[in-house]
Design a protein around this ligand. Structure first.
Ligand code: HAM
Length: 459
């Protein structure tokens, strides 16, 4: 058997890996702006955690979970999503009793679903999401949508399409399901085998069927708005009014039911067009849920949250030219000229790293021409050439890779020399950072390397 990545999984390297890091950083920074704290829950949960919360009628739970018996004969599942595990954790740790409400947590990491791999759909993928648990308010629902859009805005997305719907409260849903069951029962003979199951398990799932003939039948189905309680209707429009005031454009999609069973009241998804015309599906999905903590033995608190599909976001960023130009990966390429200076050059390289510079040093040595080629490929800003003669004289050669200027610098003042090479004094004040400095070595002029040296020496 060839050694290849497992079907539906992939290696993420280079520019793509940089993009994952960028999304992670932006997501975490924005989540913190909204007062969210990071939670890291295990990849493995007891299977019941998902069975009980995410639902009997959800394809994710019924067909797509990586579930197996562990060596202790316990059924465990690799998380297909984070919400259930977060709720389990909040209840297990009794955070609802010790933390201020709402509990606001964010997460980032891999999730696993045994799906048919296709564009934007993997068996291992990365989700970044939030949960806000313990206060039932349309304002928190709205804040969640605003936060998701905030993250996408910082990443540079424009022209996003936000779809919203309401699944109402439990009573509204029960009445609506009854009406749907009556309607679809009359058409079920012409519908796909999956819809036969959906009719029994949860007729609302039929609204989401992708088979074109079934979609025609769905067009004539009863609408949720006719079964919505006054309270759910009011709540939905309150949320919409808040996001509208925040400048978020949305459309109501009455067939948006979402793929997990725990939702009630508002649900939403965000889609974006790819410049290549590719359709990756929803970039983010989320909504309000009731009763999840209660399922795990906690109080009857509601929550709201969303999860980004980071793989899809990265694909779209690539297609739409939104990948940030990552800062050069190498500030200084240290070049030891010969075996005898490698240890000293390594010590110099380490000092520079401790000062915060990105430093590369080839331990294999080699010819200087080859090292310059590598320094160019790494995008190094400076080359620091260290030869035996130079070391004996307490100097090294510093070459600006862009201007090709090269000069000897004192190893004793290495950090100051490097600092002034990276931050040259503004033109015009005469500070050159070298022997012929404006201050004649006396210091005293702002930004002058000599003043910095004096400061360091405590003069
Ligand atoms: P979800 O819609 O199942 O919701 O997943 C959220 C996002 O994860 C999707 O919009 C999509 O971008 C991404 N995603 C899902 N499956 C795949 C896949 N096979 N390959 C690549 N990306 C995928 C949830 O998971 C809910 N837990 C969200 C939530 C949080 N609701 C409330 N709180």
């Amino acid at each position: 058997m060839p050694y290849i990545a497992v079907k539906g999984t992939r290696d993420i390297i280079g520019e793509e890996a940089d993009a994952f890091s960028e999304v992670e950083q932006v997501f975490k920074a924005v989540a913190e702006l909204y007062g969210y704290k990071e939670f890291r829950t295990p990849v493995l949960e007891y299977t019941e955690v998902f069975d009980r919360s995410a639902g009997d009628s959800s394809d994710v739970v019924r067909k797509e979970m990586y579930t197996f018996m562990d060596k202790g004969n316990r059924s465990v599942t690799m998380r297909p999503e984070f919400t259930a595990g977060m709720a389990r954790s909040i209840v297990e740790k009794k955070l609802y009793a010790t933390e201020d409400l709402p509990i606001k947590c964010f997460y980032y990491g891999p999730a696993f679903r045994y799906e048919r791999p296709q564009l934007g759909r993997y068996r291992q993928f990365v989700q970044a999401g939030v949960e806000c648990v313990g206060v039932d308010s349309a304002r928190y629902d709205a804040e969640c949508i605003v936060m998701a859009m905030h993250v996408l805005g910082v990443l540079g997305f424009e022209n996003l399409s936000v779809k919203v719907n309401t699944l109402g409260d439990a009573e509204s849903r029960a009445k609506y399901k009854e009406a749907l069951k009556a309607y679809f029962s009359e058409h079920i003979d012409k519908m796909c085998p999956d819809c036969h199951d959906r009719l029994e398990l949860n007729p609302m799932r039929i609204l989401d069927c992708k088979v074109p003939e079934d979609q025609e039948i769905v067009k004539g189905a009863p609408k949720m708005k006719d079964y919505l309680s006054e309270a759910s209707d009011k709540r939905f429009y309150q949320t919409l009014s808040i996001i509208n005031d925040m400048g978020i454009k949305f459309e109501i999609d009455e067939n948006l039911v979402r793929g997990l069973d725990y939702y009630g009241e508002i649900v939403f998804e965000v889609h974006a067009k790819s410049a290549t015309g590719a359709d990756y599906g929803a970039l983010v999905g989320g909504g309000h849920y009731d009763g999840m903590l209660k399922t795990f033995g906690g109080p009857d608190y509601s929550g709201v949250g969303f999860a980004f599909g980071v793989d899809r976001i990265v694909s779209l960023m690539k297609d739409n030219g939104l990948l940030g130009k990552k800062e050069g990966k190498c500030d200084i390429y240290v070049m030891p000229l010969g075996e005898e200076v490698i240890d000293e050059a390594f010590a110099i390289a380490m000092n520079l790293r401790y000062e915060g510079y990105k430093v590369e040093i080839p331990f294999t040595g080699g010819k200087i021409g080859g090292m310059f080629k590598k320094a160019t490929r790494k995008g190094a800003k400076f080359a620091l050439i260290i030869g035996e003669d130079e070391l004996n004289n307490g100097v090294a050669q510093l070459k600006n890779m862009e201007t090709q200027e090269q000069r000897a610098i004192s190893l004793e003042d290495l950090d100051l020399e490097i600092e002034s090479a990276f931050n040259p004094a503004p033109e015009g004040n005469g500070c050159c950072g070298g022997e012929s400095c404006c201050c004649g070595g006396e210091g005293g002029q702002e930004g002058c390397c000599c003043s910095q040296k004096e400061e360091k020496e405590g003069k």
